[in-house]
Design a protein around this ligand. Sequence first.
Ligand code: ATP
Ligand code: MG
Length: 506
Amino acid sequence: MLSKINSITLVGIEGYEVEVEVEVQGGLPYFAMVGLPDVVVKESKERVKAAIKNSNFLLEPGRIIVNFAPADLKKEGTHLDLAVAVGILCCIGEINYVKTRGCVFIGELSLNGEVRGVRGILPMLLEARGKFKRAFIPYENQFEVSFIDDIEIFPISNLNEVADTINNDLPPQRTYIDNFNKNDIQDLDFNEVKGQKYVKRAIEVAVSGGHNILLIGPPGSGKSMIAQRVPTILPELSLEESVEVTKIYSVAGLLKDKGRLINNPPFRGPHHSVSAASFVGGGSNPMPGEVSLAHNGVLFLDELPEFRRDVLEALRQPIEDGKVTISRVKGKYTYPARFMIIASMNPCPCGYYGYPIKECHCSENQIRGYLNKISGPLLDRLDLHISVEPVSFIELNREKDEESSLKIRERVTKARKIQLERFKDEGIFCNSQMKPKHIKKYCKLDEKASKLLEIAFKNLALTSRGYSKILKISRTIADMDSSEKICEKHIAEAIQYRNMDKRFWR
Ligand SMILES: Nc1ncnc2c1ncn2[C@@H]1O[C@H](COP(=O)(O)OP(=O)(O)OP(=O)(O)O)[C@@H](O)[C@H]1O
Ligand SMILES: [Mg+2]
């Protein structure tokens, strides 16, 4: 007999429908799998046979042929086990084949017939809904998809349970938990950072427009402390963004809180010893890297010059395109990677060059060598350059209440709303993503502003990229001011955030 069972496979972070055709006949024992399965899928022969036997089904020796369709789609991983086993059980009459119509099966099998969890269940079910009525998934994966309710989900723990449920029309046994917790408590707050008005303002500008920022300053001036608090002022993710982020974490097998969508923007701070492969993604079985895990959130690069050169160079593609593409023999994988960078660094190896609080012991060559680890093109892509001076003792001890993250976040959210509205038909979300045509359309300057920019262009020897950065940043500052027009004061503030490379790099 021939059976056709539905399943889903993963390519990158997207799920694709797969049909598993199974034929079981008498004759000499033989088990073949065709239709572009990878090695891991092929290994499932032994698991499936053992799981069926150990679940006390009678599988007579004979010929089993499994075909995966469409044939041109590479099938990977262990999550097709369940569909293969169900196909065989239908052929030998242990599962009522007619009742499997409209069902999709996802799960790995263990030798004793248990159904094990898989990674990437969320994108797989996002693909399945709308196409199938029912999904059989591993019990331990159910909380990952608890917000999906337009497909009937059957969490199952073993092969016998699958057969029983289908044959006897049993209802799904699902446990629901609240999946979209709007008020996740974060234990850091900007009100712990004393003083630093200028730096806080620059951070607010950067976050409001999604601009990258470089913090430069001596040891202990609070760069890391400030960067770590940025997530507390980021606007909450929209449902669409949450699903995108959760899909990436689901594929990477990194969902901590399996019942919930990730609704806070991610914050990734990879150590500077990170390899290029785990930074941009890769490996023989490709996985999203740090830049994708930071998608829709923040990538914090502490001690920027300490990162390997190939890692820093690899940053360019995601910064420009908002995604990374990894080529493998098996095919190309694309993962989303649109993030805001917060980078921090000391100005020299000892940390005090340019800051008279302590004498700098580095030679001219050491300083140049250190600063030049950040290439011109990379420096150019870090939109705002901010010097972080240490706060004074008096300021540290001042009783004055500092502004809370909640307050700052309210303003950021307001500025982001203006941008979302402005760009609703443009396919972008915030000012930092503006292309030249958007800049032309939305960054109109009044006469005074345009005069000021002209002077700055000459005096600061700006590059054309630097020039459009100033325009984008000033658009953000004007939005924070609820001003349709970009005025002189907005340009003036934006220029301040671009004149640091002069102080250190030239
Ligand atoms: N403005 C501030 N308000 C309150 N505490 C501060 C402030 N600045 C620095 N600190 C204190 O100093 C500590 C060191 O700051 P932090 O680690 O952020 O410095 P850094 O600039 O990252 O230094 P390094 O260059 O050595 O990495 C913080 O953990 C915090 O306790
Ligand atoms: Mg630090």
